[in-house]
Design a protein. Structure first.
Length: 194
């Protein structure tokens, strides 16, 4: 994959994260209610945001992951990020995503996850993707349901976050399920990569 890969959806442009995103990442992902549903570093000052970006870029160069900035296609404004940790030996990816608080509940999460799912199976040729979400974060589960990812079970008290033990809901999709859901021509409103 080239580092200038971009994925265009109806309203969004997904592009690779870069050091110049540190200010926006700090401002948006630094909020506690964004961090609470994730394992983003918290608190996240500008330096921590830059470190987070650098780690994602290194992970990508090593083939261990992909991370895209979620931007508004019209303005180029960064509103969040989405990515996947990859385990090539198992042709498997673990999805994660976040949006700044001001952008929730407008369908952007669903639009970005739909695009990354397509990218995972069509371009990265993965066999399986999965996404754990905290039980306390039903909006994330709703996004995964809307994208057609299957609820596979609950991992009890699986994580510790902000001093709380948290049940995790596990969602997954197999390559054959993605193919079965795809429109016959693979076109329509599918994301476009360039
Ligand atoms: C999870 C997240 C990405 C969702 O993004 P989003 O753009 O708001 O998602 P969408 O607008 O596409 O869909 C949200 C859905 O959740 C629903 N929802 C929102 N809050 C909810 C709640 N408390 N309980 C149940 N459903 C809820 C919305 O109604 C919507 O469903 P609908 O379209 O059927 O009405 C966003 O909330 C976020 O960034 N949260 C903080 C980081 C995070 O938790 N990331 C996920 C880690 S697994």
């Amino acid at each position: 994959m080239t580092s200038d890969l971009m994925i265009r959806t109806e309203r969004l442009l997904l592009r690779h994260v870069q050091a110049t995103d540190a200010e926006a990442v700090h401002r948006l992902a630094g909020a506690r209610d964004v961090a609470a549903g994730t394992f983003l570093p918290h608190p996240m000052d500008r330096q921590a945001a830059l470190r987070w970006i650098t780690e994602r870029v290194e992970e990508q160069a090593a083939g261990r992951g992909v991370t895209f900035a979620i931007t508004l296609a019209e303005s180029g404004e960064l509103i969040g990020a989405i990515g996947m940790e990859l385990v090539p030996a198992h042709e498997q990816g673990r999805l994660s995503y976040w949006l700044g608080r001001a952008y929730w509940n407008r369908g952007y999460g669903t639009e970005a996850v739909t695009a990354l799912v397509e990218h995972s199976f069509v371009s990265l040729k993965l066999h399986r993707i999965y996404a754990p979400h905290f039980h306390t974060n039903p909006a994330s589960g709703r996004v995964l349901q809307k994208v057609g990812i299957t609820h596979e079970g609950r991992l009890r008290e699986h994580y510790l976050r902000f001093g709380q033990r948290i049940d995790v809901e596990l969602y997954g999709m197999l390559r054959q399920e993605f193919i079965a859901r795809r429109p016959a021509n693979g076109g329509g409103t599918s994301p476009r990569e360039s």
